[in-house]
Ligand binder design. Sequence first.
Ligand code: TRP
Length: 446
Amino acid sequence: MSEKRDGFGSKLGVIAAAAGSAVGLGNIYRFPCLAGENGGGAFLLIYVAIVLCLGIPIMMAEFYIGRRGGKNPVGSIKSLAPKTHWNLIGYIGILAAFVVLAFYSTVSGWTLEYIYKAATNFFAGKDIATIEQGFTDFHNNPFRPFLWQFVFMGFTAFIIFKGVKDGVEKYTKILMPALFVILIVLCFKSLTMSGAKEGLKFLFKPDFSKVDGTVLLAALGQAFFSLSVGMGALITYGSYISKKDNLTTTSLSVVAADTLVAVLAGIIIFPAAFTFGIQPEAGAGLAFNTLPMIFNKMTGGYFFCIIFFILLSIAALTSTISLLEVIVAFLSEEHGIKRNTATWIGTLVSLFLGVLCTLSLRKGSVLAFGNMTFFDFMDKFSANFLLPIGALFIVIFVAWKMGKESFYDEITNQNTLKVSVKKFIYFIIKFVAPIVILAIFVNQLI
Ligand code: TRP
């Protein structure tokens, strides 16, 4: 390969891109939905504990593999452990990228529909029942969900065509801070609503009687999903990080931003849900139905609603590009396929799977088995299975195959940085993370 490899141009760019990958529908749509279904406060507590204890070390492990290996997940592991089978971990990641991208593109499509609905003033003056009905009708529309899904994946492919520095980095650096500001505004609004007290109580008051193996696994899966760890997205991004950047502080910033956005989303959604009488365990529609209602009650709600859904779709976009980038880097580096062709292949295959997800949500769809739709299956299969397995093997690879010296060398930039927590991080990677993941996992299997 004589061509110079693309990479991030600045430290801020790295954080923006990695935070862009992490912050997405997982925070604003999936987190409140799961917290609602799994009892609120106790789920939040377990989630935050997992994010803080395991999230940061696993993220560092991925960045380490990527920056040291210098390639996509399969290639990076191959170059770190040549002539072994460890690179199978990379293949699990590629599979996970397709699975996540499939159902993610469905939900991303919804965000575009909601921009349209907001702009055409669909929500104005409607009550919650009508808005909920609108959500259901949309799934059953023969045309619109697919249209938006295609448009969305088109945007994703467009940015990937442009490459890392001029595509991924340039856009995320502006858009992420904007999302943050509007979330803060919404928080203040939601906190003045009549259901604020009840909503906050639901979110922050832990009721451990609801906690069982399923809740633990859901929290584990959501933590990995939200941080984008366990499949090599951050291995791939790690390979674009400059040798001078500090992997520890980068990981800390990304985890902090991601967790903050999830908690903010909870603070926005639950008070509003209680105000409008939406059940917290309402499932997929929770965010999509409550949010327009908040805007309905707000001065300037019309504009805020449009801006919000634009930003939400952008947050989704910075996540889908990180997923597609994994596939494209893999196809082009490991199979010598041109970047543009690889982008086409990745986009079309994930769209195909994505369309199946969208179809499965239609009334009476043959792609729904009992109460498990193909969409739910792809969601659960990735978050509760592929990502924990991926993360498990990643930490095992880093600690038990690569070892301490190599890890310390990389995260201290060849001993030029002082990372006082390195021993602690390594201890977690070597012992705590594998045991906790295995325990939660096995407990659920039996
Ligand atoms: N983290 C993103 C979100 O919360 C989704 C995502 C992007 C992802 N890249 C990933 C999930 C890689 C798992 C693995 O919306």
